[in-house]
Every structure is written in structure tokens, then in C-alpha cells.
Design a protein around this ligand. Sequence first.
Ligand code: NAP
Ligand code: MN
Length: 269
Amino acid sequence: MREGTKKFAITSKGDTVSNMHMQRMKTYLQDFDLVLDEENPDIVVSVGGDGTLLYAFHRFKHRLDKTAFVGVHTGHLGFYADWTPEEIEKLVIAIAKTPYQVVEYPLLEIIVRYKHDGKPSKYLALNESTVKGVESTLVMNVEIKGQHFETFRGDGLCVSTPSGSTAYNKALGGAIIHPSIKAIQVAEMASINNRVFRTVGSPLILPDHHTCMLKPINQEDFIITIDHLQILQKDVKSIQYRVANEKIRFARFRQFPFWKRVRDSFIAE
Ligand code: NAP
Ligand code: MN
């Protein structure tokens, strides 16, 4: 392989239209001397929706510092999938010809520690992680920066990244955070608030290096989601959230400001 040859991987949502555009793009990229490499790609193209890019992120999360992502949408405009199929030729030329610009977005780090032996589990989320009870209401002590903050009782808690703030977090009344801000947001899901139980009620935005630690009181088993993945966690001692050291890198070939994406997705026709 020639020095400097760009290696690419490409993923599809799996429907007929996405598969067709994936094939088309694969052929064009190879015509421009890029090499298909599903193991060590320099660039990962996702064809489908935001969900497809979440999947691609988890598939290549072991080499985030060496990979840039780009998303083509075959349905509605996405936050991660912001190129249209009509732009594929233009996109391929840009990928092949230019030393492209890369923008980095913050990720969420999740560390689950267990009551009995077993080493902690570490996860990275691009959108968010949620915690819910398995059979009953979630009850958790919430610590922020090592200090007790509140005892949460309710359906669950959602901790999101800035780029994930337009997903589940938004449905929970969380704020939309610009991805240039290194922060995580904690949003409540239907907290119980009365004279006995109290939570702050508002979403909280924590800066880099501030941790949010959830500690169970009586329960030990929880449903934890990491983006589209659901994991049953047993014997849980604590769940720790903070801004990850790792970042996701997006290849940037044109201006498409975040606030314009927000407007085009939620407001404009
Ligand atoms: P899904 O159920 O197909 O996706 C839910 C919707 O969220 C899809 O329309 C998806 O876009 C969109 N989405 C994903 N990431 C987004 C982002 N960063 N900003 C704005 N919209 C976004 O499941 P999925 O495609 O595997 O995505 C998993 C995500 O679904 C989770 O990370 C969570 O954020 C979200 N979710 C939302 C709710 C809710 O709003 N009540 C509940 C559960 C999960 P595409 O159609 O382009 O894929
Ligand atoms: Mn989806």
C-alpha cells in the first residue's frame, strides 16, 4: 500500500436505499484510490441516520484518536448524518483530495463499580446513558464532585453529552448544549416530589472534571443504557459519570453550524 493511502470503512442502516448509496459510495471511494479497511480505517462513513452513526461509533470506539466519522442521511436530516445522498460525489472528492478539517465533540465516560469482586466496567457514550430500576422505582443517592446532592426517586436519570442533548435529553426537557462546550447534562425522568421526597427538578450541566456519582440505596440491579445499547447491571455499588478524556472526531468538509442543524431539524419545514 502506498504511503499516505487513505483507508475507509463504511456502514449502512441496512435498508435497500441505504445499502444502494453505500455501494455507490464504496465504488466512488475506490475509484479515487481509497482502500476499504474494516479494521483500521482513517475515515468511517455511515449511511442511514443518527442511529447508524451511533452504531459505527461503537464499532470503532477502540480507535477514536485515529478515525474521523462522516454521516450521510437517507431519511430525515440528522445531527450526525448531515450529508444528503445527492452530495455523495462531492463528498467523495472532498475525502479523497483534501487534507480535511476535523472537529472534536466531547463524549461521556461511564464507570460501573460492583459490590463484590469483579473489576469496574468502563463505557463511552456518544449520546447519553440512562439508569432505570428493573422492577421498581429508581432510588439513588446522587453525589456531585464527591458531595451528597440529593436522593432521587423516580423513573430514572439521563446523563447526556452536548451532541446527545438534542436526543433523549431534549425529550426530558433538558437544554440543547453546543458541542464545543465540554460538559455533561443530568436530566430527571419523572422524579417523585412531595413533602417527603425532594429533587432539584432542573437539569444540571456539569463542566469537565466534575463527576456525578450515583449510589444505590437498597436496590442492586439496574437497566443501564449506553446510546442504543441496554445492559442489565447486577450487584451495582456505584455508577460514575464524567466528561471522557476520549473525543469523537468528525471530518468537516463544509460549514453546517450546529444551531442551523437544530433549526433545520426541529423548527424549519
Ligand atoms: P431510535 O429509537 O431509532 O432513535 C430515536 C430517534 O433519535 C431517531 O429519530 C434518531 O435519529 C434520533 N437521534 C439519535 N441521536 C440523536 C441526536 N444526537 N440528536 C437528535 N436526534 C437523535 O434509536 P437509535 O436510532 O438507535 O438511537 C438511539 C437513541 O435514541 C438514544 O441514544 C436516545 O438518545 C434516543 N432515544 C430517545 C428517546 C426519547 O426521545 N424519548 C427514548 C429512547 C431513546 P435517526 O432516525 O436518524 O436514527
Ligand atoms: Mn434510528
